[in-house]
Design a binder for this molecule. Structure first.
Ligand SMILES: [Ca+2]
Ligand SMILES: [Ca+2]
Ligand SMILES: [Ca+2]
Ligand SMILES: [Ca+2]
Length: 213
């Protein structure tokens, strides 16, 4: 085997090792939805029931859920919540405020309110990466709760699902209930693969130049 080929193979091996250690480490996304509702969780069972009890809930029907424990150390932690009919901007009203709280190990922290609009499904994305407590709480099983209609104006909301994504699991969920998350290709890993191929290409061109000279 030529020296160049050996070097190229070594380079490729190193690149693939890098890919498996960095990009494909633990792209975990924990999905909470109807399929794993407990007796006190109300992710809707099917789209047709998004205006129906017990899923479509008001000010006095606050609830919460727990994510599965995920082992490891993470470079990113993102919570996404799919909600229906969050009347965030309602002329003549303060608007629907559904406040999301996450347990930090000792108390509940307000992480902001759900995004959305009248009669549509929308995602709210909450980036937990920078919180010092987030790592341990994801390891233990992240606890989330929601104060529906904080201002008690008579608003209602239905949740489709919540996903907890670590290390760029990068799954986008169709914002309707009952539809599983679909993994999408990872920009990071594709970028690294491109770099590896470019490096190999550069080596081949240099080799050809050397032969020509
Ligand atoms: Ca659950
Ligand atoms: Ca409430
Ligand atoms: Ca509405
Ligand atoms: Ca509403």
């Amino acid at each position: 085997m030529s020296n160049f080929l050996t070097k190229s193979l070594l380079a490729l091996t190193a690149c693939s090792a890098l890919l498996s250690s960095v990009a494909f480490a633990v792209p975990v996304t924990d999905v909470q939805e109807y399929a794993n509702n407990t007796a006190t969780e109300y992710f809707v069972d099917q789209d047709a029931n998004k205006y129906n009890s017990p899923y479509y809930r008001g000010a006095q029907e606050d609830w919460g859920w727990n994510h599965a424990a995920i082992a490891g150390t993470f470079t990113s932690i993102v919570l996404d919540i799919s909600a229906f009919d969050v009347d965030e901007f309602a002329p003549g009203w303060q608007g629907e405020i559904d406040m999301i709280y996450v347990f930090d190990g000792s108390s509940w922290l307000g992480m902001g309110n759900l995004d959305g609009a009248n009669d549509i499904w929308a995602f709210t994305s909450i980036d937990l990466t920078s919180y010092s407590w987030a790592q341990a709480q994801v390891n233990a099983g992240l606890q989330v709760k929601m104060d529906i209609d904080l201002n008690q104006e008579g608003w209602y909301v239905t949740l489709g699902k919540a996903t907890l994504t670590v290390d760029g699991g990068n799954q986008q969920c169709v914002p309707t209930p009952g539809v599983p998350c679909t993994p999408v290709s990872e920009p990071t890993s594709l970028g690294l693969l491109g770099l590896a191929l470019a490096t190999l290409g550069l080596g081949l061109r240099r080799r050809k130049a050397k032969i020509a000279a």
